[in-house]
Every structure is written in C-alpha cells, then in structure tokens.
Design a protein. Structure first.
Length: 165
C-alpha cells in the first residue's frame, strides 16, 4: 500500500488527500489541528505537528522510522526556515520517497536556487484565466494540479499558467 504524507494537507490540498484515499493509499496529514471534516473519508490519519516548532523534525523523523513513506507532499509557508531546510536535507537521504514541494507563485522568480535530491519535484502554483481575466487558482484546481504532478513526476510542474504566459 502506498503511504502518502502531506504536510499542510487539510486546507487547499484536501482534494489531494481525498484522491489518495480513494486510490487506497494510506494518507497521513501533518498539521496543527485535526480537521477530519475537511476530508471525504474518515480514514485519514493525523500527525500532530507544527512546522514552526523545534520538535518538527523529530516528529517527521519518528514517522519515517516507523513507516515506508512512498510520497511526501509539502505545503509549508516559509521555505527559508531552518525546519524547511532540515526537512529537505533529511529527504535527500530518503531516495525511495518521492518528494513534491508545493510552492506559491513567487517560486517563478527563484527557480534556479533549488538544488535538492533526485527524488525532489517542485509544483508551482500559477494563475488561471476566466473570461480573459487573470485570477488566482481555486482550491480544486490546485489539488487537481498537484495530483497530476505526482503522476507525471516532472522536476518542475506548473499548475495553471505562469505569470509570463
Ligand atoms: N498561486 C496561487 O494560486 C496560490 C498560491 C498560494 C496560496 N493560494 C491560496 O491561498 C489560500 C490559503 O492557503 P493557506 O496555506 O493559507 O491555507 P490552506 O492550504 O488552506 O491551509 C494550510 C495548511 O497548512 C497547515 N498549517 C498551517 N500552518 C502550519 C504550521 N505552522 N504547522 C503545520 N501545519 C500548518 C494547515 O493546518 P493547521 O492550521 O491545522 O495547522 C493546513 O493544513 C488557498 O486557499 C489558495 O487558494 C493560491
């Protein structure tokens, strides 16, 4: 059974969790609060953690020590934090885990700064167009894009359109 860990999966990525639950994967969401109601099924697992706290990496490493994690999806707000950097360093030593790092649109301007392991993939949230107007992505579009990114496994995957398109 695939084991999918989603950091920050109870908000805009809840559709990603629902997809993996339907695919019969074991799905675990790391977040500060247990938001079971965010998901279509009750069999989502909750890993209590705060990526701003000092014990964050202990929680992640303990989880990896007792689970074979096939996929980790990461939606963290501050990718300059020590915890984010520690997480990336740790995951470079976990080559069997596919890493999908979801990044906001500001990532379009810092693409070349990312040099992590072969298992690392970026998923960049772009924009969308409705009636000729550029707009933010809807949560459903973000989740669908992240699902496709996990299937295609490109090094860099853009959800929607890039600012210059
Ligand atoms: N380019 C784009 O289109 C774009 C880019 C970025 C964002 N957005 C939009 O921005 C909206 C808001 O995004 P959001 O990130 O604020 O909300 P969100 O994705 O709806 O929720 C954030 C997730 O991270 C968890 N989280 C937050 N802080 C945490 C912490 N310190 N430690 C552990 N987990 C934490 C939350 O759970 P807990 O609160 O329980 O911890 C939740 O699971 C989205 O709805 C999206 O539409 C759009």
């Amino acid at each position: 059974m695939d084991n999918v860990l989603i950091i920050g999966g109870s908000g805009m990525l809840s559709g990603v969790c629902n997809y993996f639950l339907k695919a019969e994967s074991r799905v675990t969401v790391l977040s500060r609060t247990n938001k079971k109601e965010a998901f279509e099924r009750g069999d989502v697992h909750w890993l209590k953690g705060d990526y701003d706290n000092e014990d964050f990496m202990d929680i992640v490493e303990d989880y990896f020590n007792s689970n074979d994690v096939s996929t980790i999806i990461i939606w963290m707000h501050n990718e300059h934090s020590d915890n984010f950097k520690r997480l990336m360093t740790f995951l470079m030593g976990e080559p069997k885990t596919d890493v999908f790092h979801v990044r906001g649109s500001s990532a379009f301007y810092s693409l070349d700064t990312v040099k992590y392991g072969d298992n690392y993939h970026q998923v960049i949230l772009g924009m969308n167009k409705s009636n000729g107007e550029i707009r933010w992505l809807k949560n459903s579009e973000i989740s669908l894009g992240v699902i496709v990114a996990t299937q295609e496994k490109k090094k860099v995957f853009t959800v929607g359109i890039a600012p210059e398109d």
